[in-house]
Design a protein around this ligand. Sequence first.
Ligand SMILES: [Zn+2]
Length: 56
Amino acid sequence: MTEPVVVCARCRAMAARQPLTWSTMLDRDGGLLLVCDSCTRAHLRAMEAQLDEEFW
Ligand SMILES: [Zn+2]
């Protein structure tokens, strides 16, 4: 049986399961994306800079 693996939607970092420091966000199709802690911080900075969502 394969261990469940989560993958960061941005940098493709992988973890055996979702770490508490990772966050979730919705993609344009309403699907759930996981974002690792470092990308979450980068994303928050991007949001503060009001970059277009297409940046993702
Ligand atoms: Zn990441």
